[in-house]
Design a protein around this ligand. Sequence first.
Ligand code: CA
Length: 239
Amino acid sequence: MPVPRHILIIEDDAALRATLAEQILSGGEFSADEAESAAEAEAKLASAGARYDAILLDVGLPDADGREFCAKLRRDGRRMPVIMVTGADAEQDVIRGLDSGANDYLAKPYRLPELLARVRAQLRMFDNSEDATFLIGPYVFRPSLRLLQEAVRNRKIRLTDKECAILKFLYRAGGKAVARQSLMSEVWGYNSAMTTHTLETHVYRLRQKLEADPGEPRLLLTEYGGYKLDATVFEVASR
Ligand code: CA
């Protein structure tokens, strides 16, 4: 199973917030946390271990203008997609919303499938950007830095380009098995004359880097005809 993407809903209308959270959770694709004010959102973002993949932000909050809040998030160095939601759909507001660093802008009333489609689109773009990070077991995977960071043990593991590409492709498969041939086409290109042995060698090296016991892998698993990544296993024993 893929790790659900964690969404922070910042909305002061309690009924709307509850409906949103419930619907966002229903597909299993997302998990959600809620804040009813800018102050509460700030506290959640600052709490230890907090990690949000995207933010849904109401413009009209009791203690702040959502656009100013968004601008502050960016000043604080937070790069995750922010989708702003508002009752005000005047063009000027749209421009101000996007100027403040929001990635997208949706006027109430909106249809939930449209909102989710926009969240997905923003996450896809973000995942391909320099700022993307993915959780893989005990590691934070930063493809742009070619790095796996294990916060608990303050350890950094350097990866090669190919190792990064393999991990990224397996991660995107969301826990499903990927055939060796698809993996090779993705990572080395369709015209490559390489053999499966090359792929196996890369997988072997990757396991040496990220598995507690490379002989008994728990994250990067061999499946009939291919491989899969179980990003949800956190109990990778130290070695
Ligand atoms: Ca509001």
